[in-house]
Design a protein around this ligand. Sequence first.
Ligand code: UD1
Length: 367
Amino acid sequence: MSECGPIILVVGARPNFMKIAPLYAELKERGVEQLLLHTGQHYDEKMSKVFFEDLGLPQPDIFLGVGSGTHASQTARIMVEFETVCIQYKPRLVVVVGDVNSTLACTLVASKLHIKIAHVEAGLRSGDKRMPEEINRIVTDSLADILLTPSIDGNENLLSEGRSEKDIHFVGNIMIDSLYNILERSANSEILESLSLTEGEYGVLTIHRPSNVDDVDAFTSIIEALEVIGEGLDIVFPIHPRTKKNAIEMNLIERIKSIPGVMLMGPTGYLDFVSLISSSRIVLTDSGGLQEETTVLKIPCITLRNNTERPITVSDGTNRLVGNDKDEIVSAFKDSIIKDYRDMVVPQYWDGNTAARIADVIMEGIE
Ligand code: UD1
């Protein structure tokens, strides 16, 4: 395929938006011809639209509108639509981020059309192939031409899988660019006031992984921990749509609502969420990005998973892995909440300048 068209930047799901926004702005400033493509994997106003507003992203140039489905049907729908786009626009480069189904689907398509691919957040590995994201990461990295890693462990993983050193670029963590960009502005958010919260006197919980919310025993065990933790500290729980759906189906939603300290609410936008976490005392989560954001904000994080593809947040950050056993969660909570991380040094290149480093690599790669 001829290599004269625009760069296509792909987003699909909530955690993609903050990874693309700083790069989009940087490439725009450099006058690079680019198209923003949204697969529509996430489509709810609160899972998608509000993030475009908070991050200053323009309306997508191309919207595939694929929506939800099983892994196969969602991936397949994105592939069919994205192939047509690639044939029409003949992009010189496709940029994918993270590890969601949209990342994998667009990588497969571009690769078969011999279009160059850059993967932002390359090289992360949890070692757990039961996670759909791990499969997405492995396949994407095996096909991408330009591998942009957030931390040195990413370089090591890629080298050990046989990738050549010349394809791997340690550029740092682009999510942190977005975090720094919004941090000051997040002080204008009214979310704390609207929930009657006081800085440093509440925790935040997010869960959505299949391992925690598709299994009734695991989900129940987390709720039991919440019942104990909620006695001593208010916990704000912005619930992910799939978590809410499962909680209703498993008859657990009323039990969550009845815990006195738990404040259940819908998903929030990025501005409000950064405001919530940056003023919190502790975060409990199974998200990937939140492990990184809490490390930069120096807020204790308890990760309700047995593994992480972001080990640097444990070795050099505020993160602690505990799985989903009730007693483990409660004991880690008691231990972590008294920790003081203020003197901690954040990982290298998690400094707000990653988009510029990525743009340098990309410009060189498409010349
Ligand atoms: C996806 C990513 C996950 C990421 C997460 C962040 C994959 C495999 N998973 O998981 O890595 O951490 O996004 O949110 O790509 N739904 C809505 N409205 C929406 C989107 C989803 O109601 O806007 C509901 C639907 O019931 C859908 C379910 O959530 O079936 C799951 O959505 P999906 O995009 O398949 O995966 P996530 O769990 O969101």
